[in-house]
Design a protein around this ligand. Structure first.
Ligand code: A4P
Ligand code: MG
Length: 233
């Protein structure tokens, strides 16, 4: 992982994909996050196969393939808006087209800001912590892996019913509470990115590779940079 800068704050990012080759896109997203100026990836959770949320008994359910999900813990000197700008750009680079998609529908890459330091906000652009963490095993299980002592920052308005919880919520407590209501055994461990059973991820200098033909803005062809054939092998 690049950089050894201790400045900045801890951020937790939730990544999910269920279109294209999710393992390749997740690997590329982690590498590209780490390449961002002001972001240093510290830990990447295992990858989990997860059924689409909301579940089929919920009227908001969208029939679609299972997702692959993971959580990244990083340090960043970017403020929440700058980090959101960067993650929206990465989603688009990895094939996401928001003009043609459905809410909670299929997507090649979704990057949610789960926690950004102790920031608490709820406006039209960003809600921090992410408001649906405690409802989602596909977030809590990988989050616990990379942030075992984690506590979600509390919102400022204890009377409100929307947005972040009124009191700091331990990730462990959130997962225990969720598991008491719904079985969480449909969140299946796939493995770690570097152990993924995909030749796409084999390369001499590291475990992750962007999709073939993939270009970072303003840089050379990343597939070529990582060797002939790149991730498309
Ligand atoms: N936004 C506000 N707060 C945040 C935040 N904390 N992080 C705004 C990121 N974005 C935030 O996001 C729409 C807008 O929300 C952003 O432009 C930003 O300004 P979006 O990702 O396009 O919205 P969405 O994904 O359609 O809706 P929503 O409610 O954000 O959904 P999620 O939470 O992203 O859920 N099931 C499984 N198993 N695995 C998944 O990964 N993902 C989703 C999407 C649904 N079901 C899933 C999974
Ligand atoms: Mg999202």
């Amino acid at each position: 992982m690049s950089g050894s800068d201790d400045a900045g704050v801890t951020v937790l990012l939730g990544l999910g994909a269920n279109v294209g080759d999710p393992m390749v896109q997740l690997a590329a997203a982690v590498e590209l996050l780490d390449d961002l100026d002001g972001v240093t990836v510290e830990e990447v959770s295992s990858v989990y196969a997860t059924p689409p949320w909301p579940p089929p008994d919920d009227p908001r359910h969208v029939p679609q393939d299972d997702f692959r999900n993971l959580v990244v813990r990083a340090r960043t000197t970017l403020d929440p808006d700058a980090l959101l700008d960067a993650t929206l750009e990465l989603e688009a680079l990895l094939g996401r087209d928001r003009t043609v998609e459905q809410r909670w529908g299929p997507r090649p890459m979704d990057i949610d800001l789960l926690v950004h330091g102790d920031t608490v906000r709820d406006d039209e652009r960003l809600t921090l912590p992410h408001p649906r963490i405690a409802e989602r095993a596909f977030v809590l299980v990988p989050l616990l892996e990379v942030w075992p002592g984690g506590v979600l920052p509390a919102r400022h308005d204890p009377q409100g019913t929307e947005g972040p919880p009124a009191e700091g919520l331990r990730v462990t407590a959130a997962l225990t509470a969720l598991a008491a209501e719904h079985p969480i055994d449909d969140v299946l461990l796939v493995g770690r990115l570097e152990e993924a059973p995909s030749t796409h991820l084999d390369r001499p200098d590291g475990p992750v590779a962007p999709p073939a033909g993939f270009r970072r803005p303003g840089t050379e062809d990343v597939a070529r940079e990582h060797g002939a054939g790149g991730a498309g092998r």
